[in-house]
Design a protein around this ligand. Sequence first.
Ligand code: ATP
Ligand code: MG
Length: 396
Amino acid sequence: MADEKKQKDFQNRVEELRQKEGETKKILKNKEDEKEGPNLEKAKLTSQKPVKSKERDSSEPAESPMSPVGLDIGTTNIVVSQNRRNYIDSKRELDAFFTVPKSKFAGNILKKNDVLYFEQDELFYIFGYSAENFANMFNTNTRRTIKNGIISADEKDGLSVIQAIILSMLKKPKNSGEILCFAVPGAPFESKDSGSVVYHEECLKRSIDHMGYSPISINEGMAVVLSELGDNDYTGIGISMGGGMCNICLSYLSFPVITYSIQMAGDYIDSMVGMSVGEPATKIKSIKESNFSLSSAPKGRIDTALNIFYEDLISKLIISLERVFSSSDQMPMISRSIPIVLSGGTSMPEGCINKFETILSKYKLPIKISEIRLAEDPLNSASRGALMMAVAESEE
Ligand SMILES: Nc1ncnc2c1ncn2[C@@H]1O[C@H](COP(=O)(O)OP(=O)(O)OP(=O)(O)O)[C@@H](O)[C@H]1O
Ligand SMILES: [Mg+2]
């Protein structure tokens, strides 16, 4: 009898230990999951889909999405990305506007010609690519809602225009509270003014919330990492060279370890070249975008000036990398070398990667670089990365 009792006690004890072991394993598994951050598996599948991107067609009506959305509101462009069954659909609209006096007659003509506009204070606010056409006709510049990457303090109606541009592409979501992830800039390098970035992010968050989405933000450089560095375990340096700023993110296993921005990019090149050769910045911009290469010897004054200010921008960007990484106490101890990926419209001229490599070789970063590569689709990679984050965050 005593033996029987002993055996029963022993079995109970074993069962107790088994249960404890199961619980410990569960706790460890949860800890592992916590370490992984957002679940990027489904997002990774999204990133493997081809991107179909285009400039937005103003006759195309806005749609109500049925799935998460990625959004990049930049100094030059606003890009909306959506996850279709077999591809990622990215639409791009110019982030610019132009005002003309309101009249019934003009209103009818604008409607007939699919010009995008809204009315406010006795004015028609024409926005997007249509604004550029109008500005060219009036031989002047468009007005911009964003300056140096941040909501412009000079334009009191900037936020209304941004809202109108987004609403012209996206209506309220089919499922209320659908996740919309939008890219935001990092705090400016060597500036104590990070308040404007906070204001920018908060204003956009409120606008998006108002549209019926659940807004989440992602650093623009981090969005580039998500979009381009899936094969490197999301470890590397993502750089978005846009219109108003360059955004930089050093990511380790999908965690943004260091993020910051420098407030100069394509607009800086246009205006410095324009001033140097006595031509309007808009003219320089269109020359730069259509037939400029950094790999051939410069021909003529504008080409030479473009070369000089591209080198100037890339040097300043690399000096910032050296200073920020060397002085940061956040720098991860990574023994292997990591890639740099360049994206954004300003990284697009032929030869940009080689130029970056040549200038980088003159500096010493506290981290080894394995390669420098160009994003697959530089104008859309931030919004694609934002879409990936939206997909990951909307997982059950
Ligand atoms: N093919 C090209 N060659 C050179 N520059 C280009 C080309 N296409 C676009 N750009 C430049 O890229 C810039 C716009 O890039 P992008 O759309 O990435 O910026 P953004 O996201 O609107 O701005 P930001 O992120 O700085 O707020 C502009 O300065 C534009 O002139
Ligand atoms: Mg950008």
